[in-house]
Ligand binder design. Structure first.
Ligand SMILES: Cc1cc2nc3c(=O)[nH]c(=O)nc-3n(C[C@H](O)[C@H](O)[C@H](O)COP(=O)(O)OP(=O)(O)OC[C@H]3O[C@@H](n4cnc5c(N)ncnc54)[C@H](O)[C@@H]3O)c2cc1C
Ligand SMILES: NC(=O)c1ccc[n+]([C@@H]2O[C@H](COP(=O)([O-])OP(=O)(O)OC[C@H]3O[C@@H](n4cnc5c(N)ncnc54)[C@H](O)[C@@H]3O)[C@@H](O)[C@H]2O)c1
Length: 473
C-alpha cells in the first residue's frame, strides 16, 4: 500500500518537534499536525519558558527588595515588567521553533486537530492523510480535581497564569508539587501573598523527604503552607475566592483573590479516537512498550501523552528513540534510570535517581549515604547563602544510586553527578578531579571526599595504613 507520508507526527511540542526534525533529517517524508497556530507546545507557551522567565524576573525583584523596602505601587509596576519579560522570552524562543524552520527542513505542517480514522489514516480538519508510521506526541493538560464549586470560580492554571495583567493580592495554590511551588515562589517574590494547600504531609512529595522538609522550611519565609489538607469546596463571594479544606478533623478556610490549580497532569488523548486505530490507553495515558510502540507496532507515543515522566528533556529523549525505531527500523529501548530533574524554586532542588527512603528500601545495609551542608562549603559561606544540603547515595563500591540537593544554583552544579552517573563512573572518582576554588561545585567534590574518609578512615584499612606509616615512613 502507498501512503501519503512515511511518518505522521501528531503534536508540535518538545516530543513531536524532535521526531519531525529527526525524521526529516534522515530523509523521511514527514507530516506534522499541530492544533494550535504556533509550534512549541506547552513547554514554550505555558510551561518551562514562561515559568523560568517569570522566576528570573521575580528573583531580581526579590534581590531589590532586600536592599530597599518596595511599596505596593512599585510591586505593581515590577509585576507588569516581569510579565512583559515573560512575553519577550516566549517570543524569542518561538522564533527558534518557527513553522518556517520546519518547512525548510521539508516537513509538511497541518494546522488542525488530528483524529484517527483507522490505524494508518488521520482526519485533519476536512481532509485525511495516510502514513506508514505515526508518532503521537499530544502532551498533557492540567488535571482539575473534582471539588465542589470549582467550575463556578475562575481558577488559574499554567495555561492562564502567564496572561495575568495585574498583581494578585492573595494567590491560593492547590497542589504543592513542582508547578505549584515554582509559581508560588515566583509570585511571592513579586510581592504576592501566597498560600499553598497540599494533600500530603510535605510539599514536593516526589522529592527525598529531607530535601522536601528543608524546602518547606526555607520557602515558609515567603509562602504560607497548609499540608495534609483536602480541599472540598470553593466559592466566590464578591471579589474573593473562599477555599474550604479539611485538615485532620478540622474544617478550615482561606480566602484569596486568585486560585491556581496545580495538582498534576492529564495526558491529551481524549479527542484522538484511539480506539479506531486499535491504540490502547491505561489510566488515561497511551500504553507503550520499552521501544515506545503502542499496541499497534507502527504507532508510537512519546512525551507527556504516554504518562512516563512529564519533562521536556524526557520528551526529547523519547523523541530521539522514536526516530531511531520508526525511521531507522531499530528497536532501541527507553530507560528512565538516569534522568535528573530540577525544581526551579529559590533555592533550587536537584533530583537524580532514588530518594534516601527508596534507596534504603532497595539496598538496606549496603547503602552508603554522604551529606554535606552548604553551611560547611566555602563559596556558600562567602556568598552568605548557606541554606541547603547535598546528599549522595552509593553502593559500597561507589555506584551512584541517588543524588539530591537543595541550594542556590543546585540545578547546575549538581549535574556534575548526573554526568558522572551517565558515564558509569564511580562517585569517588570526583574526588580526584581538581575543581577551581571556590566554585559552588566544590561542595560536590567535598561530598565525594567523604567516600574516601568512610572507606579509609572508618574501616579496617585505617589500622593497616597507620601500621604502614609507623613502620615504613
Ligand atoms: C508550568 C510548567 C512548567 C514546566 N517546566 C518544565 C521545566 O522547567 N523543565 C522540564 O523539563 N519540563 C517542564 N515542564 C513540563 C514540560 O512542559 C512537558 O513535559 C513538555 O512540554 C512535554 O512535551 P510534549 O511534546 O509531550 O507535549 P507538549 O509540549 O504539550 O506538546 C503537545 C502538542 O500537541 C498538540 N496537540 C494535542 N492534541 C492534538 C491533536 N489531537 N492534534 C494536533 N495537535 C495536538 C498540543 O497543542 C501541543 O502543542 C513544565 C510544565 C509546566 C506546565
Ligand atoms: N522544573 C521542572 O522540570 C518542571 C516544572 C513544572 C512542571 N514540571 C512537570 O510537570 C509535572 C506536573 O506538575 P504538578 O506540580 O502539576 O504535579 P505534581 O505531581 O508534581 O504535584 C502535584 C501535587 O499536588 C498534590 N495534590 C494532588 N491533588 C491535590 C488536591 N486535591 N489537593 C491538594 N493537593 C493535591 C499532590 O500531592 C502533589 O504534591 C511535574 O511532575 C513535572 O514532571 C516540571
Amino acid at each position: 500500500m502507498k501512503y501519503d507520508y512515511q511518518i505522521a507526527v501528531i503534536g508540535g511540542g518538545s516530543g513531536g518537534l524532535t521526531v519531525a526534525a529527526g525524521a526529516a533529517s534522515f530523509g523521511a517524508s514527514v507530516a506534522l499536525i499541530e492544533r494550535k497556530d504556533e509550534l512549541g507546545g506547552d513547554c514554550l507557551h505555558y510551561g518551562c519558558m514562561p515559568s523560568k522567565a517569570l522566576i528570573q524576573a521575580a528573583s531580581e525583584v526579590q534581590v531589590a527588595s532586600e536592599q530597599t523596602e518596595l511599596t505596593s505601587n512599585q510591586y505593581d509596576l515590577l509585576f507588569k515588567k516581569a510579565m512583559n519579560k515573560v512575553r519577550e522570552a516566549v517570543a524569542d524562543v518561538q522564533s527558534h521553533d518557527s513553522k518556517q524552520r520546519f518547512i525548510d527542513m521539508g516537513v509538511d505542517i497541518y494546522e488542525a486537530s488530528a483524529q484517527f480514522v483507522d490505524n494508518h489514516t488521520l482526519k485533519i480538519g476536512d481532509r485525511a492523510i495516510t502514513a506508514k508510521r505515526i508518532v503521537i506526541a499530544t502532551g498533557s493538560s492540567p488535571a482539575v480535581p473534582s471539588i465542589e464549586g470549582i467550575k463556578d470560580v475562575e481558577y488559574l492554571t499554567n495555561e492562564s497564569i502567564f496572561s495575568l495583567k495585574e498583581r494578585p493580592g492573595h494567590l491560593v495554590v492547590i497542589g504543592g508539587g513542582i508547578i505549584g511551588l515554582e509559581l508560588a515562589n515566583a509570585m511571592a517574590h513579586l510581592g504576592v501573598k501566597v498560600t499553598v494547600i497540599e494533600n500530603s504531609e510535605y510539599i514536593l512529595s516526589k522529592e527525598d523527604h529531607e530535601i522536601a522538609k528543608s524546602a518547606q522550611q526555607i520557602l515558609s519565609e515567603h509562602i504560607d503552607f497548609v499540608t495534609q489538607a483536602k480541599v472540598n469546596k470553593v466559592e466566590k463571594t464578591g471579589q474573593q475566592i473562599h477555599v474550604h479544606y479539611q485538615q485532620g478533623y478540622r474544617m478550615e478556610h482561606v480566602e484569596g483573590s486568585h486560585l491556581l490549580v496545580a495538582v498534576g497532569r492529564k495526558p491529551n488523548v481524549g479527542t484522538l479516537e484511539l480506539n479506531k486505530a486499535g491504540v490502547q490507553a491505561k489510566s488515561g495515558a497511551i500504553e507503550v512498550d520499552e521501544t515506545l510502540r503502542t499496541h499497534q507496532s507502527h504507532i508510537y507515543a512519546v512525551g507527556d501523552c504516554n504518562g512516563s515522566m512529564p519533562f521536556t528533556h524526557v520528551a526529547g529523549m523519547e523523541g530521539k528513540i522514536a526516530v531511531s525505531n520508526a525511521v531507522l527500523g531499530l528497536s532501541r529501548k527507553v530507560s528512565y534510570n538516569k534522568i535528573p530533574w530540577v525544581v526551579y524554586t529559590s533555592p533550587e532542588i536537584y533530583h537524580l535517581g532514588l530518594t534516601e527512603e527508596e534507596a534504603n528500601e532497595k539496598y538496606g545495609d549496603q547503602l552508603l549515604t554522604f551529606k554535606t551542608k552548604l553551611k560547611d562549603a566555602d563559596r556558600f559561606m562567602a556568598e552568605r547563602n548557606t541554606d541547603g544540603l547535598v546528599k549522595v547515595m552509593t553502593t559500597e563500591k561507589g555506584k551512584i544510586v541517588g543524588a539530591h540537593a537543595i541550594g542556590a544554583g543546585a540545578g547546575e552544579w549538581m549535574q556534575e553527578i548526573g554526568t558522572l552517573q551517565a558515564l558509569n563512573k564511580k562517585f569517588q572518582t570526583l574526588s580526584n578531579v581538581i575543581h577551581p576554588y571556590p566554585a559552588r561545585n566544590n561542595v560536590v567534590s567535598q561530598t565525594a571526599d567523604l567516600y574516601w574518609r568512610e572507606k579509609l578512615f572508618n574501616s579496617k584499612w585505617n589500622d593497616a595504613i597507620k601500621w604502614y606509616v609507623k613502620k615504613f615512613r
